[in-house]
Design a protein. Structure first.
Length: 221
């Protein structure tokens, strides 16, 4: 499941590259590289605003593309993110399942909330799991350990690309792309190969959510 799911600066100065510029077809270029702690100052307000929206509850539609299928597999559900507790994907259609990802790893639950199994204890799968969590938390410092980070924006629209550094993660993931508008994430795309990828579209989003005790037990560890 996780392999299918995970199949989410600039070297120029701010003066050389205005923040308002048409989003390029591809971010993977030196002009858009973002190095945390060196040339990310202009992005810190947006990152802080994105983090400040948590906890969040949003609807999503996920399309999984496979080389052996003509049409993508479509899944829908809810996504919950709590900075301290982690990420929870509640798949409702076509089959109810809950994927929980946190700092300790990840596992699956059925629709009743019963734990089914842990995610594979494979270093590459675990690295991909951590990457998804850090992407949704927008922890650029953590992401920079495993990825080269690229970013661009055009007014309210923005885009990040996270390219795996050479190593185990690069064997299971191609660039992760995250787009958004203002202070909300809109899409997330993860590629395992040119023909195998996952595209997640975020729908209605509620911010500053307080999860009750039942939700905490069912959707987090």
């Amino acid at each position: 499941m996780i392999n299918r799911l995970l199949l989410l600066g600039f070297s120029l100065t701010l003066a050389a590259l205005p923040l308002r510029a048409e989003l390029p077809p591809s971010l993977i270029a030196p002009a858009y590289q973002l190095v945390p702690g060196q040339n990310d100052a202009a992005w810190q307000p947006l990152l802080a605003a994105l983090k400040a929206k948590s906890p969040i509850l949003a609807t999503f539609k996920e399309r999984r593309f496979f080389p052996f299928k003509k049409n993508p597999v479509v899944l829908t559900g809810e996504i919950r993110l709590d900075p301290a507790l982690g990420l929870s994907l509640h798949y409702q259609v076509p089959e109810e399942r809950i994927l929980v990802v946190d700092d300790r790893g990840g596992f699956m639950r059925n629709g009743k909330g019963q734990r089914l199994h842990d995610l594979p204890d494979d270093p590459r799968a675990q690295a991909a799991t951590r990457a998804l969590l850090h992407v949704m938390r927008f922890e650029l410092g953590e992401l920079a350990r495993d990825f080269s980070v690229y970013a661009a924006r055009d007014g309210a629209d923005w885009r990040f690309a996270f390219v795996p550094l050479p190593g185990p993660l690069a064997n299971v993931l191609q660039p992760i792309t995250v787009t958004g508008q203002d202070e909300l994430v809109r899409t997330l795309e993860m590629k395992k190969s040119a023909a195998e990828r996952v595209f997640i579209q975020i729908g209605e989003t509620r911010t500053h959510v307080t999860f009750n005790s039942t939700e905490l037990t069912r959707f987090f560890r």
